[in-house]
Design a protein around this ligand. Sequence first.
Ligand code: ADP
Ligand code: MG
Length: 614
Amino acid sequence: MPDKILLLPDNIANQIAAGEVIQRPASAVKELLENAVDAGATEIKLIINDAGKSLVQVIDNGGGMSETDARMSFERHATSKITTIDDLFHIKTMGFRGEALASIAAVAQVELKTKRLADETGTYIEIENSVVKKQEPIAVAEGTSIAMKNLFFNVPARRNFLKSNNAEMRHIVDEFTRVALAFPQIFFSLTANNQQIFHLEAGNLKQRILQLLGNTYNTKLVSVKEDTDYMNIYGFVGKPDTAKKTRGDQYFFVNNRFIKSAYLNHAVMNAYQEMVTKDSFPMYVLFIDLDPTQVDVNVHPTKQEIKFEDEKIIYAFVQAAVKHALAQFSVTPTLDFELDASIQQLSSIQQPFTEEKKSAATSGSIFKGFTEKNKAHFIEPTNRSESRESGVGSEGSGENIQQSMLNAQHSSEISPIHGSPFTIHDTNLTQLHSEYILSQTASGFILINQQAAHERIIYERLQEAAKGKAVATQRSMFPVTIELAAADTVLLEELMNDLQQLGYMIEPFGKNTFVVQGTPADVAQGNEKQVIDSLLEQYKHFSNDLKFSKREKLIRSLAWQQSIKAGRQLSEKEMEALVEDLFKCKQPNSSPNGNPTYLEFKKEQLEKMFQKPL
Ligand code: ADP
Ligand code: MG
């Protein structure tokens, strides 16, 4: 029998290897940006067309490459960053595996232009499917430009796996954000389809956070900074009232490399303890610097997962540092409607942050372990004036959106209940714990969850509206201009048409800016900015749920947003309206996400329960 093993041709081997490194346009964005950073650039421009499917280009003013290096850079395992295996454990650069350019060249058409400062001329190389098509001298400025065109043109199966342009664009913005956050001293820009989305002047970390994550964090950042012999931590965490429904704005960097770590995230969440509810996520941008020998970054091809020599120490350190930072300022809540009722009820929010509490937070053994004298490290005094700013009081109209939704549905005459499986006995309704409504029925009683019920009501109404006649819009007397973070701009543009159908009149108004011309007739005006922000937030919360259409996600988000929450006291009339509307619904017994809207208790059951067991 003949032998059967063959060596794969280079281009196929490269294509297979590329699968690990380049999964989507955003992977190339990450690799190319990191190469530019490693090259010492002070200015890095990212250009995207067609969500990166037709073009991802990075232009930098870094050190550039010689003619030979330019050609070599596309070889697999070709790197200038390590020479021995030992180097791997002292890594200071973002790259080191020498795979990115080889992978990109295996699955796309690539054009490289590069020149070193000292060289007369630069080098131009065209390569596709791992084959060099052209190489010639070229006159260019110092630095490097790499354009990746038509990703996966030669691997149609993988091209088909790419998501919609909006989804791919969001991945790109994510990667861009991570690199740009880690290097605030470098200028970055991002241009997509000829429109500049980001223009980030070099500055400090705080400025970079505001540029990227939105100015709303301006007065809401608490500085974290602790230095020890073993490691340093610095960065910012959001005040508890910036906690959001999604974990979007949470960033950990180890030696300037963005990493995903559920473990370290847990450490931060632990530091917030009672200050935020379980299902909300405070923002943080934290940098841990430690001796590279203490981390292994080579456990995953995309280098987003790392191993620490001693994870437990890092956990305790992160937790202690964040606790310390949070203890430095008074937790003054801003009681606006964005804040969940459940948050408002937390005792740590309702009570002022007293000196005793502060000392309780700082007297924990872990905290002491890191902060006491003679322990070979010291703590920087936190800048009081910066972290002392208290939150701004809530503005906006007195009536909130939920209130007016209730009022709008609140018909003056109480008509008989239609869809109800039982007769509500009388209109004597009782609210329990500002959360449930108790109502007697002919055969017992029911307990209604007010939020779940209201969500169901709004959900069905919006579904009707989405199918047929658009929701009536009331034009604002004073149209409001809102400015969004760039990533949210992309999202809002995606949702614009559907929002129109649901009664929101929103128009683009230049860079990252929109004018709200009108809102649904029964939604109060005056809170437009908050309404849009929290809507996008909620939408992102649903975003990973692939089984829902865009419109379904939007309707679910709006229903959640506009619903009265647990914790709201209801008047007799409001309760009546709610119960009545609930049982007019097609599916009154569950909320849109499937939780029961009410529980029924039968008289016979009650009687049985009260009997002495035999
Ligand atoms: P790695 O970054 O892991 O070394 P890459 O495939 O990303 O591997 O790049 C290969 C080599 O090409 C790098 O080690 C570097 O020497 C060179 N290189 C890549 N991009 C640039 C750039 N923008 N400027 C200068 N040199 C670059
Ligand atoms: Mg690289």
